[in-house]
Design a protein around this ligand. Sequence first.
Ligand SMILES: [Zn+2]
Length: 363
Amino acid sequence: MQSISPETIFRGKDAWLGALPEIKKLTQRPLLLGRSLSTVNLRNNILRDLKNQNLNVDTATLQFDCCNEDISRVKNLILKNKHDSIIAVGGGKVLDSGKYIADCLNIPCITVPLSASTCAGWTALSNIYTKNGQFIKDVTLRSCPKVLVYDHKFIQTAPSRTLASGIADALAKWYESSITSSEVNDGLVQQAIQISRVLRDQLLIDGEKAFMGEVENNPSWSNTIEACGLTAGLIGGIGGERCRTAAAHAIHNAITQIITPNKFLHGEIVGVGILLQLRLEKMKNNNKLADQSIKQLLEIMRKLNLPTTIAELGINVFENQNLNKIAEFSCRENSDIHFLPFEITKQDMVDVISNFEQQKIRV
Ligand SMILES: [Zn+2]
């Protein structure tokens, strides 16, 4: 079974207002789930709108990432108060938590992304972390969210850093799916790869204009946020698991194992992962185009103010066995890195990362 997309999608400037009658049909006692202090006003407006629909709504706030501690606390709250749906309002971690809990309890989930930082509002997938933000596993859910509300006015309020992160995460779709799945003999998978190429081209054209320019009346901005939040989700939906991730995400997962004082966004780490994946392709698969791709990516990543080395993510790989830890985690059994069509060993990772970080330090 494959869940390709949310059952209903509302998109555009007044998507939230348009979605209210549909939400009212679905639920009487929703739980509104959020996290960040910076979105509290927006979430209060959403709460007020739901109350105006005569819904018996309550709120819950996540304390950490999408982690077992928060998940079991919110699950118990829902069971105790007999909530009949979750409305997850926020970034990727909030959306992932909402979807996961709703799936466990067999109630509908309504996702309302407040930034373009990931496609988590769309997908039937949740990433589970420790409360310190270390990746544990991803879980495939039975279905995509029941309703996705992609309200451009909400997304306008997010910091531009979240948009840059979303662009890096969406760019990864092409670099990961084209290497893992180009030999897969399945029309839908092949079409998903082609959509991810078009998505990459569009982001290379519009990404900077979206990041630097006005938000109002800027087609580059609306095209880019929808590319990151919707198209990237669609690719995962029709392409399935093998189309979703490879080395870039495996390296992301490994980098999150190192706890740092400043937290970086998912896409910011994935962006560095793409650069490292291309280095691996060059070294192990003789990919002659890898250098060209790296050059092209570095150009856009610098314009978007994205980190381009592990050092820029606040981690010195030459300290505290960090290099070893990252290499080991990215090559562990069941790691997505093994979706690559060539073998990667821990030593390959050590070589590629140390080379990559040293070169950058010299520059
Ligand atoms: Zn991702």
